[in-house]
Design a protein around this ligand. Sequence first.
Ligand code: XMP
Length: 325
Amino acid sequence: MNNVRPESMKRIDNPQLAEAFIAEQVEQIQKQVADKKVLLALSGGVDSSVVAALLIKAIGKQLVCVHVNHGLLRKGEPEQVVEVFRNQMDANLIYVDAVDRFLDKLAGVAEPEKKRKNIGAEFIRVFEEEARKLEGIEFLAQGTIYPDIIESDGVKAHHNVGGLPEDMQFELVEPLKFLYKDEVRVVGKALGLPDGMVYRQPFPGPGLGVRCLGAITRDRLVAVRESDAILREEFAKNGLEGKVWQYFTAVPDFKSVGIKDGKRTFAYPVIIRAVNTVDAMTATVEEVPYELLKHITDRITTEVEGVNRVLYDLTPKPSGTIEWE
Ligand code: XMP
């Protein structure tokens, strides 16, 4: 299969070029798929969302989207997938609540790479189960983009056909495979996806799972999700959204002593991380205004249950990585 971007392909950097790309892909997809059905694992990330919107435009309900809620998504994300794709775009969307299943599988697993492996393997299992319930699927759509091909020989392999059993081989539909991330965003915008979906910061596949440090527990997972939501809200309000490359919170698996309403507490800290980078290989720390950090600290320590301290990570990459695990 040809995996080299054609030299003649223009950089898609404006709505007109995006419209032309969309028209061309719609035609190609219709030709490839004809009247058959296509399956897509729709995480709600930029790439899978743009693929979904493009396929909905091309083949409507012949596309079957499966959204697996593994409990490790950010606050409001599963709801947004249902709202945008089922309610607004009238997509054929299967929503799978697999939260308990994932958390049971991850209980007691503390080693970062083992956590990642378990999340990836369980994802394939859930997706496979859903795929087996469906009839007449011949194609699998994927949000592969050009950097996935040139940098790592298919980063998304853990979510794709490679992980499915022999008897479930589908023909691939990969309409974004020659696009760079910025081009995917221009196309997503032209397809009418909300800005919050198109311009979102990078989010790791294993999601909040690698930010709930050590063995994941439900209480700390809630603390990561709620503190992350506060951080994102405050960054958006204060003009840092879109300026800072990646920002999030992490919750370690130890407690410290604190005090609240005159009573001793023994609770978790929340770590704030906000970094800038070009290629994620090295990163510098964003100098978040001190007043804002104090305000976020106040909000997190009063609004998030089980948290009594907030720390700000001042470590560039190297020596730290961007994520904590
Ligand atoms: P690190 O922590 O290695 O992260 O400095 C670099 C970038 O990669 C993201 N990241 C991941 N993305 N699956 C992903 O899809 C993963 O397992 C994973 N680990 C880290 C991280 O968020 C940062 O943008």
